[in-house]
Write a protein that binds this ligand. Structure first.
Ligand code: FES
Ligand code: FES
Length: 209
């Protein structure tokens, strides 16, 4: 049998624990000015102060009106928390760096990129995802218009566009097509279905949002 390339795990301090400890020491040092030194007692106290992560901590999010609590590492983004820990897969992961808008969700009614926010920062806020747009067998009028006017091809960008558009109409039900288009400035469709989206948008504006 070939030898495993990975040596067996040896008990002791892990790399992560080591980094966590050194991070605290560095943070403690950064808190004092140049040339100053911490007393032994201060240093021991700073190092003993419990850090925030990297081990999992409890995170409670209100997603589409339901409170969900999971254990996550503090570094987990809202997008990954929704998709991988809460099975809420409506927001899509495309660029994962705040440029495409596929991950758009509404946070207290405001569209945000879920890939650029930590899940822990979203605690205590009302999060709306594309899943909220299908209730009791009824499709919300925005995605219904997208379907009617064939405003999607691959569909990865579509949930983000739909959420951004819904957020816009929620804030101003009488928004004009030009105003709604400005709300969609942070969303990109690589398939180029903009014309069909415009048709859907015009139909929504004629109906009053
Ligand atoms: S996946 Fe978040 S902006 Fe692209
Ligand atoms: S439908 Fe393909 S990226 Fe928008």
């Amino acid at each position: 049998m070939p030898e495993s390339p990975h040596p067996p795990h040896k008990p002791g301090i892990s790399r992560r624990e080591f980094l966590s400890g050194t991070g605290l020491t560095a943070a403690a040092t950064a808190l004092i000015g140049p040339g100053e030194t911490l007393g032994q007692a201060d240093k021991a106290k700073a190092i003993a102060t419990p850090g925030f992560g990297p081990k999992p901590v409890a995170c409670e999010l209100t997603v589409n009106g339901t409170r969900i609590t999971v254990q996550i590492e503090p570094r987990v983004t809202l997008l990954d928390c929704l998709r991988h820990y809460m099975d809420v897969t409506g927001p899509k992961r495309v660029c994962d760096r705040g440029t495409c808008g596929a991950c758009t969700v509404l946070l207290n009614g405001k569209p945000i990129y879920a890939c650029t926010m930590l899940a822990l920062e979203a605690q205590g806020k009302n999060i709306e995802t594309p899943e909220s747009l299908y209730q009791d067998g009824q499709l919300h009028r925005v995605p219904a218009a997208f379907a009617q006017y064939d405003a999607q091809q691959c569909g990865f960008c579509t949930p983000g566009f739909v959420m951004a558009m819904k957020g816009c109409f929620d804030r101003n039900p009488k928004a004009t097509p030009a105003e709604v288009e400005r709300c969609l400035a942070g969303n990109i469709c690589r398939c180029g279905t903009y014309q069909q989206m415009r048709h859907a948008l015009r139909s929504l504006c004629q109906k009053g949002g």
